[in-house]
Design a protein around this ligand. Structure first.
Ligand SMILES: [Zn+2]
Length: 109
């Protein structure tokens, strides 16, 4: 993901609309690129500050942003784990099928 793509993704992230591979790429970029991180932080702080002025919410905006990033990262990790488990299950199923075919050919045909 390049910096020029990030503007759109930052908006999606702040509005909780980012998922799957895009979420993973976003987190990877934001952790490496301080320019985009600052851009995201500014956007987030502006949006949340306005919201919380209206609702009298918490003012630890930076802490909340870090929490949001941490949760998103956890989401990406869980997603990757599920993908890996799915792959392992598919491989096992494939091997079982192959074994069954070999078994059938060897003993019954
Ligand atoms: Zn960047």
């Amino acid at each position: 993901m390049k910096c020029r793509d990030m503007e759109r993704y930052i908006t999606l992230f702040i509005n909780d609309k980012l998922s799957g591979m895009r979420m993973k790429e976003f987190i990877e970029h934001i952790e490496e690129c301080s320019v985009c991180f600052n851009e995201m932080e500014t956007n987030y702080l502006l949006k949340e500050a306005l919201l919380r002025l209206e609702t009298d919410g918490s003012y630890d905006l930076h802490g909340d942003l870090m929490e949001k990033l941490k949760n998103t990262k956890r989401c990406v990790e869980v997603h990757e784990m599920i993908t890996m488990i799915r792959r392992v299950v598919l491989i096992c199923a494939g091997m079982a099928l192959l074994f069954e075919l070999v078994f059938v050919y060897a003993f019954y045909l």
